[in-house]
Structures are given as C-alpha cells and as structure tokens.
Design a protein around this ligand. Structure first.
Ligand code: NAP
Length: 281
C-alpha cells in the first residue's frame, strides 16, 4: 500500500509555525491582516474563501472581506485594490480567481502592490520565482506542493520530476520551485507526446491539469511519489476527484496525495503563512 500524503498533517505543522510568528508580531503591536477580494459569488470561490478565513483566523490573522458584484466595473475594482494597497493595516491581498470576462485581468495583476501579493499573481512575484530571488511570493498552491515534499521528507535534489500542466498559477511556478531545489524537471502539457511514458520515467509526478482521471495505471510506476493538484467535480459520483485515478495508482506507487484532503488542504495554511511573512517585513 502506498503512503498516503495527507494535507491535514502538513497544514497542522505549518499552522503551528505561523501561530508562533503571529504571537511574536502581536506582542510588538502588529496584527497580521489579509484582505480577500471577491467579485460575484461563485460556489467554489465562496468555499475557498470560507476555508481561508477559518484558517487565517485560527492562527491569529485578521481577514477583511471586499465583496463586489459580478457586474462591477474595471475602475471600481481597481479602486478597491488601490485602497487595499494603501491600507497600512493590511499585509496581504488574495484576489479570488477567475475574474468575470469583462474585467481586464492584466490591469488587476499590475494594480496589486507586489509586497501584498501573497498568492503570487503579479509579474514581480513571477520574476522572483523565475530568478530564484525572494521577491514576492509563489502562488499558494505551488508552494503547498513544496510544503508536502518538505513535511514528508522527500529529497528533491537530482530527482526526475514530471509536472503535468503549465499554467501560471500551478505548473510553471511549481516547476521553477522544484528547479531551485535541484530537481530535474520536465513540464508536460496537452501537446506532450506519449504522456504515459513521460510520467512513468519520473521519480515524482505532479498532476496539475484539471481533467478528472487523466492519469491512470499506465502513467505510474513502482516507487514513485504522486502529487495530485487537480480538483474536479465528478457529476456521476457527485464528489471531488483528482487528475489521477487514485484506485489505479495507489497499489503501484510508493506515496500519493488524496483528493480531497491532499494539496487543497495545505493551500490556505500557506496563504496564512505568506500573510504573516509579509507582516514581518
Ligand atoms: P489550467 O490553467 O486549465 O491549466 C491546465 C494545464 O493542463 C495546461 O497547461 C494544459 O496544457 C494542461 N493539460 C490540459 N489537458 C491536458 C492533457 N490531456 N494532457 C496533458 N496536459 C493537459 O489549470 P490550473 O489552474 O493549473 O489548475 C489545474 C488543476 O489544479 C485544476 O483541477 C484546478 O482545479 C486545480 N487547482 C487546485 C488547487 C488546490 O489548491 N489544490 C489550486 C489551483 C488549482 P496546455 O497549456 O497545453 O493547454
């Protein structure tokens, strides 16, 4: 049986470290605060927001919600971000993504102050990841994967890692974080030829695709570590599933994250940790 890499255990460890830092900050009169900016009320965003608030408040981070209607204008949204940028009591800002189609997402990214970009959406944060410099923060999901490797003691140096997915929010930044830890990284995507063979040749496979069950028994090999970032709704079974067919992969591989209860359970802990790090600056 494969080792089950439970996100909750990782989250508990991160939260303990974060809460200790918060205690130190509060002793000096600094109360770490996160602004959450949501446009509209999509069910998955509401669910993530609830989780983020619970996690942040649990470690002593204050959360201010900014909720705008689905038809908000670009200018009102940008003004809200400018107000958050200018609020010295706020240390980080999470903008729930995706934004409605009429919103100019690039202007939103440019508007957010890089020092408050705790979810790594600005070009400044992206440049920091690319250059392996401490500018901004990596996206919380990418950082959550790295926390899982650290918590469970998986060495990355010299390991062959295949990251399936090349989005700006997960695949690309995660690939750079892995490279910075001296892994040998292959980034696979929708045009990759022979994805099963590509994945089987790796020591570690990270699936960040958004296609339920894309990776099955033919994509995995004995001894591998599998991290499944995918969160997909299975309409037939009425439950969340990953990009990996868990029941196919689990008997073959050495370790695997479940969905739900894997990467997703760590993301909000990383968010709270980033806010506290921003408050420490
Ligand atoms: P995305 O922006 O849609 O990117 C998906 C990536 O998968 C693209 O690079 C795409 O390749 C690639 N892809 C699509 N079909 C493929 C195929 N058949 N074979 C190989 N690659 C394929 O998605 P995302 O935002 O990165 O999210 C990925 C998944 O992670 C989603 O399920 C999302 O819900 C989940 N997620 C989870 C968390 C969390 O906290 N756990 C947070 C964020 C996202 P091309 O570039 O060639 O199109």
């Amino acid at each position: 049986m494969a080792q089950l890499l439970k996100g909750a255990d990782v989250a508990v460890a991160i939260d303990a470290r974060t809460a200790a830092k918060v205690a130190g900050l509060r002793a000096t009169g600094v109360v770490p605060a996160l602004a959450i900016l949501r446009v509209g009320s999509k069910a998955d965003q509401l669910s993530y927001e609830r989780g983020a608030i619970k996690r942040c408040e649990g470690v002593g981070v204050v959360v201010n919600q900014h909720i705008l209607p689905e038809d908000v204008s670009n200018e009102v949204l940008l003004d809200t971000i400018r107000a958050i940028n200018g609020d010295e009591a706020v240390h980080g800002c999470l903008i729930l993504w995706p934004l409605p189609n009429h919103i100019d997402a690039e202007r939103v990214r440019e508007c957010l102050c890089p020092t408050k970009d705790v979810d790594g959406i600005t070009e400044g944060s992206m440049a920091g990841i690319l250059a392996d410099k401490p500018w901004g923060y990596p996206p919380c999901t990418a950082a959550a994967c790295m926390e899982i490797f650290s918590h469970y003691g998986f060495e990355l140096e010299g390991k062959r890692v295949v990251v399936v997915g090349r989005s700006l929010v997960v695949g690309r930044p995660l690939s750079m974080l892995l490279l910075a830890r001296n892994a040998t990284v292959t980034i696979a995507h929708s045009r990759t030829l022979d994805l099963p063979a590509c994945c089987r040749a790796a020591d570690i496979v990270i699936a960040a695709v958004g296609v339920a069950g894309l990776l099955d028994a033919q994509h995995v090999a004995p001894g591998q570590v599998i991290v499944d970032v995918g969160i997909n709704w299975n309409e037939v079974e009425k439950r969340l599933v990953g990009d990996v067919v868990f029941d196919d992969a689990e008997p073959i591989v050495a370790a695997i994250t479940p969905v739900p209860g894997g990467v997703g359970a760590v993301t909000t802990s990383v968010l709270a940790a980033h806010v506290v790090d921003a408050a420490l600056l």
